[in-house]
Design a protein around this ligand. Structure first.
Ligand code: BGC
Length: 508
């Protein structure tokens, strides 16, 4: 009798233990049911003083074409008329740019023509109360040829003019040094046949660029972001093959590029700090990562939950963990080694956040998992591009980054694509995500900025010009005419109030 009871108790304990393990263990993340984080109603949510209310752009997406690998790719796309895309965004075939052929040569070569209109654009941002503007320098604008040891004087003069214009308008410039794009010559093979980040002289060439930037822009620029979304670059360029260099490698074969990016980050971090110290100037240097809120597609499937955890670690945290600890620990390549000088080379943690993704694991081929932009069985709000809106995910990531790194956090991108005239989806998205940032701050995360992607409509990489991310609409074929959308007015109101008022949060 006694024995039987013991067995029953043991079985129950085992069951409880397993349930607890699967339900609550961080190794098996579940789907959070909350779309937004619970918080106070009917009160004004005030942000800290000196909060950066910013907007983001990148050179290749918004300015005229440079002698870059992207420009070469675009020319090739046009020459071979590779404009294929399915009906939906995000389905552009590798080697194509969605509907690129329908735009005039003028539009294709100038994008949003920010370099022609920057004075007017910056004035418009200032009138909205924006106090921070993120741009990227193009390596190819400063070093269009491989044999140059000094940067192009025109390139330097252009960026100096843009930065001076921002400062005249009391806007703090945030400069990104690598937003996916390299000079075209960087992708010529070297003597050993290696291209791009795998060239033997890759870091020597990169150092030339960084030295020139530090020499000319310190102390004018304090806020630096070395790399934009290294995982997107690695995955898009070397695995999916949708961005230059259009390679499709196995996950295990991206280690050398991964390591080169870490080393490039260290070089930029150290150089900017060294020059700043020598000039008694201040710099704040970090990088920004693309963060997604990953959830298991089938919450009953342990494999989905386990794979979700692995994907999340790889995509969201691995690169930042390496920078924090100095150890490059890459799950998919099996690498685990110390990179000299890497440890602690981030003054802040940069976060770009857009949406939720679902993970479907594969029991027999663990590396052949799928990530989906939506759960076909769930009825969730999505953007025009089919991305699943999920404001609570931003809170979750910010509060986790706080615990992991104990550093200031800069949200350097958040936004949605919405081409509707009334712009309602973007307004809702903006309000909901700004609210999550406030809640994260009130839970103790030291978040210093919120940047909208994007200030003006621009080239959404292989998804072309039809994905409209701008607070300001660009009429491309009408001499790039700018028209503020309703969300630009809402953002200006948020900034004027330094936060959200109950009136703004009323459902529209
Ligand atoms: C990138 C931007 C891009 C945006 C929207 C971010 O991943 O940094 O260049 O346009 O997301 O897709």
């Amino acid at each position: 009798m006694k024995k039987r009871w013991l067995v029953v108790v043991l079985v129950m304990a085992l069951f409880a233990g397993l349930t607890y393990f699967f339900e609550f263990s961080p190794y098996f993340p579940d789907r959070s049911p909350s779309f937004v984080t619970a918080g106070p109603d009917n009160v004004t949510l005030k942000f800290p003083e000196h909060f950066y209310w910013g907007v983001s752009l990148s050179g290749t997406q918004a300015e005229s074409q440079q002698a870059s690998d992207w420009a070469a790719f675009e020319r090739d796309v046009v020459a071979n008329r590779r404009f294929n895309a399915g009906r939906e965004f995000g389905t552009t075939q590798p080697g194509n740019i969605r509907d690129f052929g329908k735009w005039s040569e003028k539009v294709r070569s100038q994008n949003s023509a920010f370099d022609s209109f920057y004075q007017q654009d910056i004035a418009m941002a200032a009138a909205m109360g924006i106090n921070a503007f993120r741009i990227s320098f193009e390596w190819a604008r400063l070093f269009p040829r491989a044999d140059m040891t000094e940067p192009s004087p025109e390139g330097i003069a252009y960026y100096k003019a843009v930065i001076a214009e921002m400062k005249r308008n009391r806007i703090t410039p945030f400069v990104t040094l690598y937003h996916y794009v390299s000079p075209q010559w960087f992708f010529q093979p070297d003597l050993s046949g290696k291209r791009g980040w795998e060239r033997q002289d890759a870091l020597i060439m990169w150092q030339r660029y960084i030295d020139a930037v530090a020499e000319h822009f310190i102390p004018d620029v304090e806020q630096w972001c070395t790399l934009n979304e290294p995982m997107v670059y690695l995955y898009g360029g070397y695995v999916q093959g949708i961005y230059p260099p259009l390679e499709k490698r196995d996950l295990g074969e991206i280690g050398a590029v991964y390591e080169a990016l870490l080393r490039a980050h260290v070089a930029a971090y150290q150089t900017l700090h060294k020059v700043a110290t020598g000039r008694k100037a201040i710099v704040n240097v970090g990088l920004t990562t693309s963060m997604s809120s990953f959830a298991p597609l089938r919450r009953w499937a342990t494999i989905d939950r386990l794979t979700t955890r692995l994907v999340e670690q790889t995509w969201n945290w691995e690169f930042l963990d390496a920078v924090q600890t100095g150890r490059m620990k890459v799950l998919v390549t099996g690498t685990n080694r110390t990179i000299p000088g890497l440890e602690g080379t981030q003054d802040y943690v940069g976060i770009n956040y857009y949406a939720r993704n679902y993970v479907k694991g594969s029991l027999f081929h663990p590396t052949l998992f799928e990530t989906l932009e939506r759960d076909p069985a769930a009825n969730e709000p999505q953007s025009v591009m089919g991305w699943t809106n999920y404001p609570h995910g931003l809170y979750d990531i910010l509060t986790r980054a706080r615990v992991k790194y104990r550093k200031p956090i800069y949200v350097l991108e958040n936004g949605t694509s919405d081409s509707a005239n009334d712009d309602l989806a973007r307004q809702r998205y903006l309000l909901a995500h700004v609210r999550e940032v406030w809640l994260a701050i009130s839970s103790g995360a030291d978040v210093r900025s919120y940047f909208q992607w994007s200030f003006i409509d621009n080239l959404e990489w292989v998804d072309g010009f039809d994905a409209r991310f701008g607070l300001i609409a660009v009429d491309y074929e009408n001499n790039f005419k700018r028209t503020p959308r309703q969300s630009a007015k809402l953002y200006a109101e948020i900034i004027r109030n330094n936060g959200l008022t109950p009136g703004m949060m009323k459902p529209q």
